[in-house]
Ligand binder design. Structure first.
Ligand code: NDP
Length: 289
């Protein structure tokens, strides 16, 4: 079997058009959604991510603000910027680009973001609400994967989903979102013994481990849906996933490529969360200011 391609660029574009329309309607009422990004230091990958996020937010009509701080910035100064943005009614989404330098406590910074502006969905309040099924901001990458599955017509209910990777930003929330949609979920990680025993049982296999082309066809059940979250560089510096696309596609019924799969969806959901935050601010009378 040669798997159908799940096209994150096309699906992301479709959702961004809907977001653009939502932004236009809200802006007409005097409430333009605003996204602020704090970037610390000069990590080239972080710069690229931030540039893309800014560009995408402007494309859908949002106000975009960038606060760039040197690597040497103190934790106190960074927290004071977060505090100012929390108070700024023209900003509905705050994102602190990770990783932060070692002298800054990432958890402390994440907890300092007002939960109602935490459009990355990393604040413990949003994570907790997500787990008990209450309205919250969902972590952008897993949320984007849910949209990819839904818009590709993949039935989740009753399916066995196997998640490889248990990070707080991808693996763990991914499993919870699938559980809420009535999948049976198995988590695998680096201490899992005989990984392929589990992955070969997956109807939906989601891989987020950060290991170049680690998951080959030998890990995939015939007809499975394969979602590759990985963003790695191969020996030639080419962007590639955690899944060996060429071999896995022969067994999968549908599969995401890298690039062009999960990646575009992550930014799309960041925009969606920011619009959701602005809509809430409008409903609460906090926007326009
Ligand atoms: P982390 O490094 O935080 O977590 C990796 C997870 O994979 C850990 O749970 C680890 O297990 C597990 N793992 C590592 N090696 C193996 C192995 N050989 N077998 C089974 N499990 C293993 O990574 P992230 O979740 O942050 O990211 C994962 C990948 O996804 C990266 O390539 C990253 O660049 C990419 N990514 C892509 C995004 C996108 O928008 N497309 C967004 C976020 C991430 P243990 O817990 O036991 O250590």
């Amino acid at each position: 079997m040669t798997g159908k391609l799940i096209d994150g660029i096309a699906i992301g574009k479709e959702i961004r058009e809907e977001i653009k329309e939502g932004v236009r309607k809200l802006s007409e009422k005097g409430c333009q959604p605003g996204l602020a990004v704090i970037l610390v230091g000069d990590n080239p990958a972080s710069h690229t991510y931030v540039k893309n996020k800014q560009k995408s937010s402007v494309e859908v009509g949002m106000k975009s603000e960038l606060i760039q701080l040197p690597t040497t910035v103190s934790e106190e100064e960074l927290l004071s910027h977060v505090e100012q943005l929390n108070e700024d009614d023209s900003i509905h989404g705050i994102l602190v680009q990770l990783p932060l330098p070692d002298h800054i406590d990432e958890n402390l910074v994440i907890r300092a973001i007002a939960p109602e502006k935490d459009v990355d969905g990393f604040h413990p309040e949003n994570v907790g609400k997500m787990i008990i099924g209450q309205q919250s901001f969902l972590s952008c990458t897993p949320y984007g994967i849910i949209k990819l599955l839904e818009r590709s017509g993949v039935e989740i209910r009753g399916k066995h989903a196997v998640i490889v990777g248990r990070s707080n930003i991808v693996g763990k929330p991914m499993g919870q979102l699938l559980l809420q949609r009535d999948a049976t979920v198995t988590y695998c990680h680096s201490k899992t013994v005989n990984l392929s025993n589990y992955t070969k049982q997956a109807d939906i296999l989601i891989v987020a481990i950060g290991r170049t082309k680690f998951i080959t066809d030998e890990f995939v059940k015939e007809g499975a849906i394969v979602i590759d979250v990985g963003m790695n560089r191969d020996e030639n510096g080419k962007l590639c996933g955690d899944v060996d696309f060429e071999s896995a596609k022969e067994k999968a019924s549908a599969i995401t490529p890298v690039p062009g799969g999960v990646g575009p969806m992550t930014i799309t959901m960041l925009l969606k969360n920011t619009l959701q935050s602005a809509e809430q601010a409008f409903a609460d009378g906090r926007c326009p200011q």
